[in-house]
Design a protein around this ligand. Structure first.
Ligand SMILES: O=P(O)(O)OC[C@H]1O[C@H](O)[C@H](O)[C@@H](O)[C@@H]1O
Length: 610
């Protein structure tokens, strides 16, 4: 069947909903909610213009006819292929769903088809209904990043939700944190709050991937919830495929509202900076700040946040959404991406550079001298800001943070560093847990650039992290502390940084005989062996408190070998005061694990120069 095509009327700030037909392709029409204040959504350039045409218009489950969706119509163009429950479960990626949404990359078959997506959305609706156990009609918002499969998946998600009787609000191009915010915003004029929210994104992954993140007002969904949704989706898919094979028809009425929620969300960020600066209208007047959105969803930060606050933003780059990411991967952990924003800062003699990942839940910055605030340095900076506001508080971080960071937080800033596990959800949940048992924690942050503050509902929001830096810039100037990014640079003064910091990712060959176990069991066996070796080596000292993998000090540095959160990989992080010390640490790891033949140690062998 055809996907939605034709001219799309765009609406902003939904006030009243009236039924108006949207012009669709010959095959069906969709009833469309419009409003009494018709404006345009913010222009979205690049590959994601609002033409409603997706690059992959493959058969969705529902068949639309004149304002009604007929599911499983006999006119179905192609039969719905059989998909195993185990294939649905494979789409789980921690607390997200991820899959291949664009065909054509060798060895990467489509997994996130429209029918699968529709079933997942219906699965989420089922989960939500159970959670709220309510008879009222639930409302769910949908947003997406700049990926080329966004439109196609948005259509399928809308259909899946409508199939489950849920009211659908489309936000269009949006950031992940804005989607969570929509569950908290209380303004019926904007159809808020919504009961649940779906963000269509695969963060920084290649252009052919996509996925979903789900929110309720309690925050992002966790691993068990995602499993539950996928199990429901597999069942829904099976039922629909069965009906389809019998040629049965089910009518589903779909009405979609569109809200320019990014404007609402951005105006809250603007208000936060104004408030922190003592209610000054343009607290950033005269500051030159360049943004690199990497052609993701972060371009709004220039026109909707920095400019209303008075900042000069010339030299900002890659603000147009383009799901092929032609300039660099939108990822603050990526060296090329950090080089690009650093160059923009230096070329434009800007005061500050800001870079976001594709869906803006991660960010990093660059000072006027080109010094990067990412990884441990961003954590140090955010810790300094938060500890000024909450002296003595605990900072929760992921497991790959440096020893120097602990010394900085505890000795220089007077806080407590709680180094936990990798994974933004793990870090956030741990901070929430600490507070619940009486240990005050205000910041949960990962070296990946995910950072969440208690004051911001524990939402990992890359834009909000940058707002905290902007507040600091503005208040420092007001109080005469200086007028550039030096105030930020000075805050991380004293952070010890290692001469060498590497991450080597050792692959477990999934296809080989893992002695009857899974790659996780195999990985655990590797870690156990390493632990035993370390215990019998006087030069090495196991970290006394450690929540993940094997963390060891030696030769003035440290290493951590752990299992990847998602992949059959054992990432090895090494930090050391010299290359020689780093090689010695790597050597010790290699000696301990070399008998595990399914473990690809070539990166390690290369590093030690053997
Ligand atoms: O365990 P790894 O393979 O290094 O991946 C760990 C990372 O996975 C995802 O990207 C999550 O969003 C991050 O929060 C997490 O840190």
């Amino acid at each position: 069947m055809a996907a939605i095509s034709g001219k799309v009327v765009q609406h902003n700030l939904v006030a009243k909903c009236c039924q108006q037909n949207r012009e669709l392709s010959t095959k069906y029409q969709l009833h469309y909610c419009t409003l009494n204040r018709c404006n345009s959504l913010p222009p979205v350039g690049g590959k994601l213009a609002w033409n409603g045409n997706s690059t992959m218009q493959r058969g969705a489950l529902s068949k639309f006819r004149r304002g009604v969706i007929y599911c499983n119509a006999a006119s179905s163009a192609t039969a719905i292929p059989f998909v195993e429950k185990s294939d649905f479960l494979k789409l789980q990626n921690g607390s997200d769903i991820r899959g291949v949404a664009v065909d054509g990359v060798e060895g990467e078959p489509l997994t996130l088809t429209e029918p699968v997506t529709e079933a997942i959305a219906a699965g989420f609706a089922g989960w939500l209904k159970k959670k709220y156990d309510s008879s009222k009609r639930l409302r769910v918002s949908i947003g997406h990043d700049s990926r080329i499969s966004a439109q196609k998946l948005q259509d399928a998600v809308s259909q899946g939700l409508a199939r489950a009787g849920v009211e659908v609000i489309q936000y269009g191009l949006a950031s992940t944190p804005a989607m969570f915010n929509s569950t908290l915003t209380v303004d019926e004029e904007f159809s808020c709050p919504v009961d649940g929210s779906i963000m269509i994104t695969a963060s920084h992954l290649p252009y052919n991937r996509n996925g979903f993140k789900f929110f309720t007002r309690a925050g992002g969904l966790g691993k068990p919830d995602i499993k539950d949704i996928l199990e429901r989706a597999a069942e829904i898919y099976k039922n629909i495929a069965n009906e389809d094979s019998k040629g049965a028809e089910t009518a589903v009425s779909l009405s979609v509202k569109r809200v320019d929620y990014m404007s609402i969300y951005a105006s809250n960020l603007v208000a936060a900076v104004r408030r922190a600066a003592g209610n000054i209208e343009k607290p950033l007047e005269g500051f030159h700040i360049v943004v690199d959105a990497g052609n993701g969803a972060g371009g709004f930060f220039v026109g909707k946040v920095l400019e209303p606050l008075g900042a000069i933003t010339s030299g900002s780059q890659f603000l147009e959404p383009d799901g092929l990411f032609p300039n660099h991967i939108p990822n603050p952990e990526d060296k090329t991406a950090m080089k690009a924003i650093t160059k923009a800062v230096l070329d434009n003699r800007a005061d500050l550079g800001i870079i976001f990942d594709t869906d803006v839940d991660r960010s990093a910055a660059v000072d006027s001298s080109g010094r990067e605030f990412n990884r441990n340095r961003l954590i140090a900076l955010m810790s300094a800001i938060v500890l000024e506001e909450h002296p003595g508080t605990t900072i929760v971080t992921d497991s790959v943070t440096s020893d120097g960071l602990t010394t900085f937080i505890e000795k220089k800033l007077g806080g407590k560093h709680h180094r936990f596990k990798r994974g933004y959800k793990n870090v956030i949940d741990e901070a929430i847990r600490l507070n619940s048992v009486g240990e005050e924690a205000h910041l949960a942050i990962e070296t990946s650039g995910h950072g969440a503050l208690k004051e911001n509902h524990w939402l990992d929001d890359g834009a909000y992290l940058m707002v905290k830096l902007l507040n600091k810039l503005a208040s420092a100037r007001t109080s005469g502390q200086g007028s550039g990014s030096k105030v930020l640079t000075d805050m991380v003064e004293g952070l010890e940084e290692p001469a060498v910091a590497v991450e080597l990712r050792l692959k477990i060959d999934n296809q080989s005989d893992l002695i009857g176990g899974s790659f996780r069991d195999y990985g655990e066996a590797v870690l156990k062996q390493l632990e035993n070796t370390v215990d019998s080596d006087a030069k090495l000292l196991k970290a006394p408190v450690n929540y993940e993998g094997v963390r060891v000090s030696g030769y003035g540095g440290w290493f951590l070998l752990r299992l990847s959160l998602h992949d059959p990989v054992l990432p090895l992080n090494i930090e050391a005061p010299s290359n020689e010390a780093a090689v010695k640490l790597a050597h010790d790891v290699l000696n301990a694990v070399k008998e595990f033949t399914a473990l690809d140690t070539s990166a390690l062998t290369k590093f030690v120069g053997a």
